[in-house]
Design a protein around this ligand. Structure first.
Ligand SMILES: [Fe+2]
Ligand SMILES: [Fe+2]
Length: 349
């Protein structure tokens, strides 16, 4: 594999080169300096201080040239949430915290295999749409953390690209690309957006409704920017206190977005209520059936399915059939007719 290394100092550049050179062909680039070639790279590894404005500008330029590279690993200097979301906003597909050990970095690179299924064109299109989506989600999270306005247009455009890609290439290549190349909340939001768009298409919804659906999906978990990563990405079961904290995210998302002129009432409603159930057992408002709109009902099913089939490094990925059975078993909580219609999306599309 050819790995392109980008760093903001000569020392960092040579340390990374030394880590990788035994197993990979390495090209390198000093930020703001010369590049010794990167057009054929299979992966990019970046290490730079993201507090430096010039570094951010230079990285945007670098990634303008490297958008076709599927694996983009960022090494950031502190376990601060803002650096991580900035890395994703710049186009990272994985973020590791310095000091990174060689084995971890090589393992991340080894994971960069080409998918066996689907046509190359479909996967390439899915990869580009996923990158645009991930950058938009990273930018939103970064804006929430730094108290800046959220670029609604950017996120909606990325949602539209995802919906177009799915209409053209189907859901399966989307799920495969996103699960292979994205992680955590980014992976989740990209999966929900794709599944919701495909569910809307399969239901034959009108274009404005599909737009509402994929936009709501892009924004639905924005409140998670307020939840500490230690809780958000905790492997295994959460205790009662952690669960209570996670359950604040729909109302937190609502607070972040309300008053934003680019966000419609329907989207705001979906962000606040995507964890409500028809039997009143959901949160944050314990709504019953009459209070839950169609868009929210569709989004909730898409959200649960996406969470079940997510790829996590610490557990095997659940097959789509098993995830659908779990949704089917949630009798009384989800609309039965929609669950039946979702079968085609879950299993065949
Ligand atoms: Fe959520
Ligand atoms: Fe979610």
């Amino acid at each position: 594999m050819t790995v392109h290394v980008v760093a903001d100092t000569v020392t960092k550049l040579s340390t990374l080169r030394a880590m990788l050179a035994r197993q990979h062909a390495v090209t390198s680039e000093l930020l703001g300096g010369a590049s010794n070639g990167c057009s054929e790279s299979d992966a990019v590894v970046v290490t730079a201080d993201l507090r430096v404005v010039e570094n951010i500008a230079a990285l945007k330029e670098v990634f303008g040239k490297l958008s076709h590279v599927r694996k983009r690993i960022f090494l950031v200097d502190q376990k601060a949430r803002l650096f991580t979301v900035q890395a994703y906003a710049l186009g990272a597909t994985r973020v590791l915290i310095n000091p990174v050990n060689q084995a971890d970095l090589l393992a991340q690179l080894a994971d960069s295999t080409v998918c066996e299924t689907g046509s190359i064109d479909a996967l390439h299109g899915a990869n580009e749409a996923a990158t645009a989506g991930s950058i938009a989600i990273g930018s939103m999270f970064s804006a929430v953390l730094s108290g800046k306005p959220i670029e609604v247009r950017h996120a909606k455009d990325a949602g539209s690209r995802i919906a177009d890609n799915i209409a053209e290439n189907g859901l399966s290549s989307w799920l495969e690309t996103v699960r292979r190349h994205h992680e955590g909340t980014y992976q989740h939001c990209l999966l929900v957006t794709g599944i919701a768009a495909d569910f809307g298409l399969s239901l034959g919804l009108a274009k404005p409704d599909i737009e509402r659906l994929y936009s709501a999906a892009m924004f639905h978990d924005i409140g998670k920017a307020k939840i500490p990563l230690a809780v958000l990405d905790k492997p295994g079961r959460l205790d009662a206190q952690e669960r209570a904290l996670i359950e604040t995210h729909p109302a937190a998302g609502y607070e972040v977005l309300k008053g934003n002129s680019g966000i419609s009432f329907e989207i705001l409603d979906a962000v606040r209520h995507h964890h409500e159930y028809l039997d009143g057992s959901g949160y944050p408002d314990a709504l019953c059936a009459a209070g839950i709109s169609d868009i929210v009902r569709i989004l909730t099913i898409s959200d649960i399915f996406a969470a079940l089939i997510e790829h996590r490094h610490y557990k095997p990925t659940m097959p789509r059939e098993q995830a659908y059975e779990i949704i089917r078993s949630m009798e009384g909580k989800l609309e039965r007719a929609l669950v039946a219609a979702f079968r085609e999306v879950a299993l065949n599309r």
